[in-house]
Design a protein around this ligand. Structure first.
Ligand code: ADP
Length: 476
């Protein structure tokens, strides 16, 4: 293998390892630029990266690495040589004690990291060259067609900057000697332009430099795709978490604020309806019955909202799991279901074969769950029978709530447990509700160890199957 080829392969490997270690855009810029100025890598004097902004069509200075004077540059090289020498000594010492090649390889990589740390510290302090370069904003549409940045952005190959092009508008303070430039392109389009100069060096920039520079650009573009993807995902996750937190505290505040006045409305209208304050005419009684009915419904929706907020906040509700009699839960909620069922020609029929074992659940959660399933079954059935079957299986009990109602189209089946999801979204939809009953069901089941499955045929009806572990007799 020739020495040149050897060096090239090493260089490629370095580029690969180094760029791959960046997960944030700012880190990526520092690593990319430091590869250019590292004398053991490309050995340019300075590196500049301008990010292209699609919306404002401008080029903005993001990073400038390298020294601002020849003396500083010399000092930097001396520091680096010294650091490298110390590291190499340590590597040799370790090598003689442990011949484990992988450990040594990571130490070699560390040498480059130490350069980056040095550079990153300088960059973060935002001093000198880098601080000034970050203020560069060049409007693309105001730059002449022949401008270096346009030329670089349009060509898919890196190029040497000719001496007569060197002093370009907007970059006069930075580009004063021989340089190389090329573009960084990702799946999204032009990301920016990378420029490296040899201001303090005496090696002439030749075609070999150009080939290496192009390698770096290619590799950097691939890595950049990943970095952008990770950044997008992180930003989206952060945004979603913020929205989620906001939603939970919004739900909890609003439902608390609604609950207090609602309690008075429900209580006082009941007092009036029972004629404890004075006798009522038939019309007054009828109107009060409606007020009570609507207020009760509102109260149940507010309770659902509050319940979601409390379950999500965790630990606010007592959802401890213990042996629970599922039939008792079913009977307990019948009076609440009557309010809706009474006005319709719908029958609720429990089907119990054999004995029904206690399940391991939370009784108030199971009542809420059965209430929501039955309330939906009655709501979405115009006429017919709703059955509630208690089916004992080995180690489990299934409670199947089946109706003969409108059913749910297959595409919607997975979404009905989502917040505020309703198959019929129109404002003028015929069924009331907020689309949170099943969300409450799912949250409560998750918190108390039950499962739910749904099958449905549009026009024929739906079957919601709850599954709970049963209490094993004789176990402590
Ligand atoms: P809500 O009933 O308040 O709209 P849910 O979260 O309980 O909210 O239900 C979400 C949606 O799932 C309902 O709007 C309805 O479209 C559909 N759905 C739930 N249960 C049934 C059912 N038994 N029959 C038909 N559709 C149902």
């Amino acid at each position: 293998m020739t020495q040149d080829l050897d060096r090239d392969i090493n260089l490629l490997e370095q580029i690969h390892v180094a760029l791959g270690s960046a997960s944030k855009l700012e880190d990526f810029y520092v690593i990319l630029a430091s590869m250019l100025v590292d004398p053991n890598s490309f050995g340019f004097s300075r590196a500049f990266l301008l990010r292209y902004d699609e919306r404002s069509r401008s080029y903005n200075g993001r990073i400038a690495l390298g020294a601002s004077s020849a003396a500083e540059h010399e000092q930097f090289l001396r520091d680096l040589a010294e650091e490298t020498r110390i590291l190499q000594q340590q590597i040799l010492a370790i090598q003689s004690e442990s011949p484990e090649p992988r450990a040594i390889q990571s130490l070699y990589n560390l040498r480059f990291h130490s350069l980056w740390i040095h550079l990153v510290q300088g960059v973060e302090e935002g001093t000198g060259l880098n601080a000034a370069f970050k203020n560069v904003h060049l409007r693309g549409d105001l730059l002449g067609e022949q401008h270096l940045l346009h030329q670089a952005a349009q060509s898919n190959r890196a190029r040497l900057v000719k001496p007569e092009e060197v002093s370009v508008e907007g970059l006069e303070d930075y580009l004063v000697g021989p340089a190389i430039c090329g573009r960084l392109v990702t799946k999204r389009g032009l990301h920016g332009v990378l420029i490296a100069d040899n201001f303090f060096g005496d090696t002439p920039l030749d075609d070999e430099f150009l080939v290496h520079f192009q390698w770096l650009l290619n590799q950097a573009s691939v890595t950049l795709d990943n970095v952008e993807l990770v950044e997008d995902l992180t930003a989206t996750t952060q945004r979603l978490q913020d929205v989620d937190r906001l939603k939970s505290s919004f739900l909890s505040i609003v439902s608390h604020e609604l609950r207090t006045p609602l309690t008075s409305i429900v209580g006082f209208s009941q007092l009036l309806a029972e004629e404890r304050v004075g006798p009522l005419t038939d019309t007054q009684r009828d109107l009060l019955r409606r007020v009570s009915g609507h207020a009760g419904h509102l109260q149940s929706m507010v309770n659902d909202l509050l319940e979601i907020a409390e379950v999500e906040a965790g630990g606010m509700l007592d959802l401890s799991v213990e042996p629970v009699d599922p039939l008792a839960c079913f009977w307990n909620i019948q009076p609440k279901i009557e309010a809706r069922r009474g006005a319709k020609n719908v029958r609720i029929v429990p089907l119990v074969t054999g004995s029904t074992p206690n399940v391991l659940a939370n009784s108030s959660a199971l009542e809420r769950i059965l209430y929501h399933l039955l309330d939906n079954a009655v709501k979405f059935t115009e006429e017919g029978t709703v059955t509630v079957e208690f089916r004992s299986e080995p180690g489990e009990l299934q409670i199947v709530v089946a109706d003969e109602g409108i059913g749910i189209p297959p595409d919607n089946l997975r979404k009905i447990f989502d917040y505020f999801y309703q198959v019929d979204f129109r404002l003028e939809r015929s069924y009331g509700g907020m689309g949170i009953g099943l969300t409450v069901v799912k949250l409560l089941l998750d918190a108390t160890g039950g499962r739910i499955a749904v099958e449905s045929q549009p026009g024929q009806g739906s079957r919601f199957t709850l599954t709970y572990p049963v209490e094993i007799a004789g176990r402590d």
